[in-house]
Design a protein around this ligand. Structure first.
Ligand code: IFM
Length: 767
């Protein structure tokens, strides 16, 4: 039996939580009875607009994990899931730092969960504040997309009958990625007595039970501060966190350091009377040996600097950084609040995952928001997420493409291990570019299942090249193409040229035994997407080499020597481009997804409705291979990426054929946004909107029941493409960007800005 990787990683994929979604994430602010800390009222201008919040007004333990994903915050260096500061039974706090990988059996390597910087426990006359105890009288949690801050307001009665109000706030600074902060404003309603606040740095954290850390040291530079240093077991990456706790209120607090096992903690004590408040402020710093030679010193120095500035100043710097970010990236949709909010939420999740200061890491399929896929990077980044950055923050897109460049040595090893030349980018890529897709995965019954994506889902090679080209086209960054992109084109071309097979009978080149974008079908021959993208990749390699020879002859010669390129090889590439097998029926306009697809059993999806699971789960994983059931766009993906080559009639014919055969609701989350874009480009606005809104709800409404494993980054990036290239109709014409808007019903305005060849274009579109 075979399964594709995500079914293994996500045994819940076939299970839906939809029936539990009655009180799903609320998208509007409700009036709330709490005192908002003063600094939260100081936001200005754009930040005050509506649809900038995601909030909930009830705490539902059944949805806890899904909401932990939704309330993830981050700053492009790290991401922290929305677990509670005080903890909750079985809830596992998770902070993932870019590039902090450690070896693990089966999945090779994974991002390591960092010590829990959120830790803040409160004892009211000795009673622990926790939501699984006492009585929860009121609750409101709100993510402010404008500033990346998460706030939670709770009114709670302890088992002994003391009533208190707590307002928590946290942020991960975008202004200084090594600085994190949280506050808790504590108000006594009817309690008179002692309150103890403990702020620790617990290092006893794991990745779903897998332990990665070894203890290296902890201590306290002064009674209000603590630090912890740990090192990963295999990769020997060192991480240090430091924190300072301060209490501001009516009574003078006392502080003490507690040297708990793996948990250095600052304990503060104070008194309150009914009606009185105090605020606990925890400033945290975090460094890893990827950025610093002496992480402990860096964390402590930064803590001293940050504490001297104070929490409010740190927050203000963060807010200002976010304001700059949104100035480039925000999109306004008027007339459709759900679309406006969901799109902004998606962009927020992409922005907090995008590495800003590091070109050796990239955005993982589940961003930094969950353990799904272990922090591995897929084509999701280059094809789905990257366009957003290319047009709004090209320097970040460049970083992420450089990540692929730096993984070329790993990609060469992957190709060589399979007996091929050039570079074969890993289907699941981590720190080195070596293949990180698990080959075998145990099921819950103890069987072992073979995962083939790491061996034969080859289109990733052309996807990376496509992104390089897209970046270059939009930015005109010739230096990048000369210094890095060209090598990627040539290395990937070398791979394809060694991977194709000559079929003498047909007098055609073929690519056999692959998995295309539709992972429901494995070991297929001549997948149209793979074949056409491979020949496109070869053509661009030829074009890039001519460009290089013309503009930078020395670099061209150096690369030719380095890669041992010969004229015969180039002639071979041109032959492949001319003679690769591309199944197309000119009469119907149909492109066959792979050889034999048209002969598979056709299924009427309607006969399986209502359903709450994928068609693959209903038909059986092995059995689905015999059916015309797609997990996501495959031929349509090709028509989308190489749009200039196909006329509307071909797109329509293939849309009509493949869309009813695609499991859009419960198949891959990568599907709906692309369908939406294509439908909008075809002028099918109603259909486009249906797909768009499905993509928009992917995480906020947990459409597939697997949001607990992390944000679906590709869907978020696809949503941006649906708005810009679909409804906005943006395209390049004669060296500039032009919009041909077709707004869905109800949208009265669509406003955004894009960068093209160094110039900003402001679009303000109406229906
Ligand atoms: O890259 C995708 C793939 O296309 C479908 N399965 C999930 C992967 C990661 O999101």
């Amino acid at each position: 039996m075979t399964l594709t990787h995500d079914e293994i990683h996500h045994p819940f994929l076939v299970k839906s939580y939809l029936s539990d979604l009655q009180s799903h994430v609320q998208l509007s602010l409700v009036s709330q009875p709490f005192t908002i800390p003063l600094h939260r009222r100081k936001m200005k201008g754009i930040l005050r607009m509506s649809n900038w919040h995601v909030s909930e007004t009830t705490f539902n333990p059944q949805q806890r994990q899904f909401h932990e994903t939704v309330y993830t915050i981050g700053n492009g260096y790290l991401g922290t899931r929305g677990t509670f500061e005080e903890g909750y039974p079985v809830a596992a706090p998770l902070t993932l730092v870019h590039g902090l990988f450690d070896a693990v059996p089966i999945v090779h390597t994974e991002l390591v969960n960092a010590p829990n910087w959120l830790h803040l426990t409160i004892l009211i006359d000795g009673e622990h504040f926790r939501l699984d105890r006492g009585e929860l009288l009121a609750y409101h949690r709100e993510l402010d997309l404008a500033t990346g801050t998460l706030t939670r307001m709770v009114r709670w009665r302890s088992p002994a009958g003391h009533t208190v109000e707590l307002v928590f706030e946290r942020f991960t600074s975008l202004a200084d990625i090594h600085v994190l902060g949280l506050t808790c404003q504590f108000t006594s309603v009817d309690f008179s007595g002692t309150v103890e606040v403990r702020a620790g740095l617990p290092g006893h954290v794991d990745n779903d039970g897998r332990l990665h850390w070894e203890w290296r040291g902890q201590g306290s530079p002064d009674e209000q501060s603590a630090y912890l240093t740990v090192e990963t077991k295999e990769s020997q990456l060192v991480l240090s966190e430091a924190c300072q706790l301060s209490l501001e209120g009516a009574f003078e607090p006392t502080y003490a350091f507690q040297n708990g096992s793996w948990t250095p903690t600052v304990v503060a004590c104070t008194r309150v009377e009914p009606g009185q408040s105090f605020t606990a402020k925890k400033i945290v710093t975090l460094f890893t040996s990827r950025e610093s030679e002496d992480v402990q010193a860096s964390a402590l120095d930064k803590l001293a600097e940050a504490s001297a500035q104070g929490y409010m100043a740190l927050r203000a710097a963060n807010d200002a950084a976010w304001e700059r970010e949104w100035g480039r990236c925000n999109i306004l949709i008027e007339g459709d609040d759900e679309a406006d909010q969901a799109l902004r939420y998606s962009l927020f999740q992409l922005l907090i995952a995008a590495p800003r200061h590091d070109d050796r890491v990239s955005i993982a399929a589940k961003t930094l928001s969950g353990l799904g896929y272990h922090g591995h990077v897929f084509w999701d980044t280059e094809i789905f997420m990257l366009p957003f950055f290319i047009y709004t923050q090209p320097e970040l897109a460049r970083n992420m493409l450089l990540y692929r460049y730096h993984t070329l040595p790993g990609a060469r090893r992957v190709a060589a291990a399979q007996g091929y030349a050039g570079a074969l980018f890993a289907w699941e890529s981590a720190d080195t570019g070596d293949e990180s897709t698990p080959r075998w995965v145990p099921t819950s019954d103890g069987d072992l299942i073979r995962i083939w994506c790491g061996d034969i889902e080859l289109h990733i090679v052309a996807d990376v090249a496509y992104a390089v080209h897209h970046y270059w086209q939009v930015t005109g960054d010739d230096d990048f193409l000369r210094d890095y992109g060209a090598e990627i084109f040539l290395e990937t071309a070398l791979f394809w040229a060694s991977r194709v097979e000559w079929n003498a009978e047909r007098a055609l080149y073929e690519i056999k035994d692959v998995i295309g974008p539709d992972e429901n079908h494995e070991h297929v021959d001549n997948n149209a997407f793979t074949n056409r993208m491979a020949s496109w990749n070869l053509q661009e390699a030829v074009n890039t080499l001519s460009w290089l020879r013309r503009h930078y002859p020395e670099k061209a010669t150096a690369l030719e020597e380095q890669l041992e390129l010969t004229e015969e090889q180039l002639a071979h590439w041109r032959e492949i481009i001319k003679k690769i097998y591309l199944p197309y029926d000119p009469e119907t306009g149909l492109i066959e997804q792979f050889e034999g697809f048209f002969d598979l059993i056709s299924v009427d999806f309607a006969e399986y409705e209502p359903r709450k699971t994928s068609m693959q789960a209903l038909l059986g994983v092995a059995e689905t291979q015999a059916y015309q059931v797609l997990k996501q766009a495959d031929v349509l993906m090709l028509l989308y990426l190489l749009a200039a080559e196909y006329d509307l009639a071909t797109i329509k014919a293939n849309w009509d054929y493949y869309t009813p055969r695609t499991d859009l609701t419960y198949g891959s989350s990568l599907g709906p946004a692309i369908q939406a874009t294509l439908a909008a480009q075809m002028g099918e606005l109603k259909v486009a909107y249906e797909h768009f809104i499905l993509a928009a709800r992917t995480d906020l409404e947990d459409v597939r029941g697997n949001a607990w494993a992390g944000i679906h980054g590709a869907s978020a990036g696809g949503l941006w493409q649906a708005v810009i290239f679909g409804f906005g109709g943006v395209r390049e014409e004669e060296g500039r960007l032009v919009a041909h808007p077709q707004l869905p019903s109800g949208w009265t305005r669509l406003k955004f800005q894009l960068q093209y060849r160094g110039e900003w274009y402001a679009f303000d579109l109406s229906a």
